[in-house]
Design a binder for this molecule. Structure first.
Ligand SMILES: [Zn+2]
Length: 351
């Protein structure tokens, strides 16, 4: 059925605009909302009253007046419901229960070495069930689940390809919806990381940003004018496969000398395992050595910082973004990575 623009629909659109404004900009008054949206004060008043009745907003007292009656300020009710967010990694699951303001209420971190769909799905399910059980009483309960995956998915939430998990065509969204009976969204982890930083994190003030997620590989999420740029077939941001050595190591993507072969956590661990003669060395162990100022560890991190910098220079020169945000577990090594990274960026990027 095609939706037509009848009064109910228009009201619904206006109501969601008002709600979004309260969510993003509260505390604010009804008069301010009318001013910003161009809706009449009467319309705003009746919509706000409905939002208050449905527990999505509440009044928090009087604000400053610019002459005349002091306005009643409105606040978004972040505790009206909860949501579950999952970072499904290559060897871990990191899941969180948040309120509607993105505030984390509970977190679960699991290591797993298995990558079969059955095993990972079973762990994912347990993880989400235990978070849902911990959700406080609220008018709407847990309203949805979002999962960031290390790969590509389509609009139906089918994981088309997750090379580091070895997954192909896994209908993850449907599997989760059948289990939990609430809306589920699946997307590439760098894309959701970019959106998360824009809405709730280090990118709130920036209209354009590039989020660089460094893990086993390197993924990027690109925000241009407050919107995620997906590219024509949905796999924009594969900057990890920009070649930084034209005749470098061969990559599984078919190219050679790809950035992620030198600047990812995987690349760091390969180097560290060779340098320490320990084929099972973990990132945490390497960082422990770095904390003790072990010269080998410091040199490995310095080299990695430079390699990350080389790719960041390319990103700066291509996108000229307001902000670049680096996420992923290597963020723990920021103190060691940042100086060599910034040195390369300052030396090499366009002014
Ligand atoms: Zn590649």
């Amino acid at each position: 059925m095609k939706q037509t623009g009848d009064l109910t629909l228009i009201k619904k659109i206006n109501k969601s605009i008002v709600l979004e404004m309260i969510r993003r900009e509260s505390p604010l008054s009804r008069a301010r909302i009318a001013e910003r949206t161009g809706l009449t004060k009467a319309t705003v008043s009746s919509l706000v009253n409905e939002l208050i009745e449905s527990n999505l907003a509440h009044e928090i007292g009087m604000g400053q007046s610019r002459g005349g009656r002091k306005p009643m300020l409105l606040l978004f009710n972040g505790a009206a419901g909860y949501a579950v967010g999952v970072d499904l990694g290559v060897s871990y699951i990191h899941a969180a229960l948040t309120d509607l303001n993105g505030q984390i209420i509970e977190e679960i971190r699991l290591q797993n070495d298995a990558s079969s769909v059955e095993t990972v799905f079973a762990e994912l399910k347990d993880c989400i069930h235990s978070l849902i059980r911990k959700a406080p009483e609220s008018p709407y309960g847990v309203i949805g689940i979002g999962v960031g995956i290390p790969g590509f998915s389509d609009e139906e939430g089918i994981v088309l390809f997750a090379p580091n998990l070895g997954w192909e065509n896994v209908p993850l969204q449907k599997m989760l919806e059948d289990e939990f009976h609430i809306p589920v969204v699946i997307d590439n982890e760098a894309n959701v990381g970019a959106v998360g930083e824009m809405r709730f994190g280090a990118g709130r003030e920036a209209a354009s940003l590039v989020y660089v997620s460094i893990g086993a590989g390197i993924g990027t999420g690109i925000i241009i004018k407050d919107e995620l740029y997906r590219g024509i077939s949905g796999f924009s941001g594969e900057i990890g496969h920009i070649s930084i050595h034209h005749d470098g190591k061969p990559c599984r993507c078919g190219n050679s000398g790809c950035w992620e072969l030198y600047a990812s956590e995987k690349a760091l661990l390969e180097e560290a395992r060779a340098a320490y003669g320990n084929p099972r060395m973990k990132l945490s162990e390497l960082l422990q050595f770095a904390k003790q100022s072990d010269p080998k560890a410091l040199r490995l991190l310095e080299d990695l910082g430079r390699y990350i910098g080389v790719g960041i220079v390319n990103i700066i020169n291509v996108f000229n973004p307001e902000r670049i945000i680096i996420g992923g577990r290597l963020a723990e090594a920021a103190d060691w990575l940042k100086p060599p990274l910034m040195e390369i960026v300052e030396k090499r990027s366009l002014p």
